[in-house]
Design a protein around this ligand. Sequence first.
Ligand SMILES: Nc1ncnc2c1ncn2[C@@H]1O[C@H](COP(=O)(O)OP(=O)(O)OP(=O)(O)O)[C@@H](O)[C@H]1O
Ligand SMILES: [Mg+2]
Length: 146
Amino acid sequence: MPPTQTLIQAEHVSRDYRLGETVIRAVNDLSLDICSGEFLALLGSSGSGKSTLLNLMAGLDRPTSGAINVRGQNLAALDSQGLARYRRETVGMVFQSFNLLPRMTLEAAGALCRRLSVCALANGASIAPASFPAASNSAGHWLARW
Ligand SMILES: Nc1ncnc2c1ncn2[C@@H]1O[C@H](COP(=O)(O)OP(=O)(O)OP(=O)(O)O)[C@@H](O)[C@H]1O
Ligand SMILES: [Mg+2]
């Protein structure tokens, strides 16, 4: 069996949401290592911060304090294009509200993502597939024709 390797490391991560004068601390000073081959289930009552933590690990959101390292790379060091590449090439996420295209099966949606990713690489694009319709490259045209 290959040696385990730390893939995701959260270091004293907190995430606050500010609503006017009110501050909601959704994630409070969380430190966690997730290793290769590990299967982890995150349990907690509604509102305990599970989705907030997943959004942070998926590069969809940034912590208020603390750091999230993925294979030794601090996500805070990535700009929006770097985060888009990270989301496209490194992590996958099934959203709580799914965010699926209503006319496609899950399998077809997955195939579309893979195909767009190949198109993006072939075109040397450094933008997320979601941005393609606004981009003047063949992947964008391909999506517009879909
Ligand atoms: N965009 C936001 N703005 C303000 N507060 C938010 C926002 N998103 C989440 N919260 C608050 O942060 C806390 C954690 O929410 P989160 O959605 O992460 O919980 P959860 O564990 O995923 O809950 P559930 O099991 O219901 O999905 C809750 O108090 C929630 O109301
Ligand atoms: Mg949730």
